[in-house]
Design a protein around this ligand. Structure first.
Ligand SMILES: [Fe+2]
Ligand SMILES: [Fe+2]
Length: 301
C-alpha cells in the first residue's frame, strides 16, 4: 500500500447535452432544466472544459478523482454516455474514480426506476444501483466512503435524504474502524446551516449524530455551487473538516464561480495539503487563484 496520494475533488459537473431533451418531457421537471440550459448563455457548463480539466489532472499526477454528484443536468442516458466517454478518453480507469449521485442524477422517478446513472456510467458509477449505498473502498492511505442523498423531488425542490436503511448501514461501516484516513463523499452539504427543507439534507441532524459518535476524517460535498470550508462535530470534542467545491466546468466570468477543482494531497498523516485550481479563460490554463501558495511539485512525491 502506498501511503501517498494526490486526489482531485470535482463536483456539480452538470454535463450538458441540450439536444437530448425530448418532447415527451414537456410536462415534467426536465422542461425547466432544459430552459436553463438553452437560455443561460452568460454562465454555461462547457464540455470542452471537462476534457481540458481531466487532461490537466492527469498531467500533474492526480491518481484519483472524487466526484460528489450532479454529474449531468437532466439525467438522460445520452448525457451520461458522453461524460463516460470523457472519463475513458482521459485515461482514468474506473478504479481511479469514486463518485456519488446528486439530485440532478435522479431528476425524475423514472431515472431511479431505470437506474439511468448506474446503467450508463457502468463501472465508473462505483455502485451497481441506488440501493447499494453506502459504498466503501480502500485506495492507498484512504478509505473512501460514498453516501447517496439523491432522490427525485418536485419542481422547485432540490432536497436530499440519506434515509433510514442507509443511516443504519453507514453506522455499521463507520463503527468498523479501518485504520485508514476516512474520506466521505456526499452530494448535499452535511453542516447545520445547510439543512433547508427545500434544498438541503432533510435528515442532516441524524447524519451528523453518526459522525459525532463514530467520526470520519474528511467530508467532501457538492450541491452548493460554491467553495466552502467548515467543520462539524466529531467524537470526544474533535471536529471533522467539511469541504465543498464550486462547479467543475462552469464558464462564468466571475473568478469565484469559474470552473474549478480542489486538489488534495494525502500522506501518512492524512490530509497534508489542499488547494483549488481554477480555469483561466485568457490562457486556457488551470492554476491556483492568485495569492495561493501551492507545493512546487503537486504530487509531492
Ligand atoms: Fe448542482
Ligand atoms: Fe445538487
Amino acid at each position: 500500500m502506498t501511503d501517498r496520494l494526490l486526489a482531485a475533488h470535482l463536483t456539480d459537473i452538470h454535463y450538458p447535452v441540450p439536444s437530448s431533451f425530448r418532447l415527451k418531457d414537456l410536462l415534467t421537471k426536465r422542461v425547466t432544466g432544459a430552459a436553463n440550459l438553452l437560455f443561460s448563455s452568460r454562465r454555461s457548463f462547457r464540455p470542452h472544459l471537462l476534457k481540458s480539466l481531466l487532461h490537466h489532472l492527469r498531467e500533474i499526477g492526480v491518481s484519483h478523482l472524487l466526484i460528489t454528484g450532479d454529474l449531468v443536468n437532466l439525467a438522460y442516458a445520452e448525457e451520461y454516455l458522453r461524460l463516460r466517454t470523457h472519463l475513458e478518453e482521459s485515461g482514468f480507469a474506473p478504479g481511479q474514480v469514486s463518485m456519488v449521485p446528486g439530485n440532478h442524477d435522479t431528476y425524475l422517478p423514472a431515472c431511479v426506476e431505470q437506474e439511468t446513472f448506474w446503467e450508463n456510467l457502468g463501472p465508473y458509477a462505483w455502485a451497481a444501483g441506488p440501493g447499494d449505498y453506502p459504498v466503501s473502498r480502500f485506495v492507498g492511505p484512504l478509505e473512501i466512503i460514498g453516501v447517496s442523498t439523491a432522490l427525485p423531488t418536485a419542481l422547485g425542490m432540490a432536497y436530499g435524504e440519506v434515509g433510514e436503511d442507509q443511516l443504519r448501514r453507514l453506522e455499521e461501516l463507520l463503527s468498523r474502524r479501518s485504520g485508514r484516513f476516512r474520506v466521505v463523499l456526499i452530494h448535499h452539504p452535511p453542516y447545520p446551516g445547510a439543512d433547508t427543507w427545500h434544498d438541503g439534507l432533510v435528515d442532516g441532524a441524524r447524519l451528523r449524530r453518526l459522525f459525532w459518535k463514530h467520526g470520519a476524517d474528511l467530508i467532501l460535498h457538492g450541491h452548493e455551487h460554491n467553495d466552502a470550508e467548515t467543520r462539524i462535530d466529531g467524537p470526544c470534542g474533535s471536529s471533522i473538516p467539511v469541504l465543498g467545491t464550486g462547479c467543475a466546468i462552469l464558464d462564468d466570468p466571475r473568478p469565484a464561480l469559474r470552473a474549478r477543482a480542489r486538489l488534495l494531497r494525502f500522506g501518512p498523516g492524512g490530509l497534508e495539503r489542499q488547494w483549488l485550481i481554477v480555469h483561466d479563460p485568457a490562457s486556457g490554463h488551470w492554476r491556483a487563484p492568485s495569492g495561493t501558495s501551492i507545493p512546487e511539485s503537486p504530487a509531492g512525491v
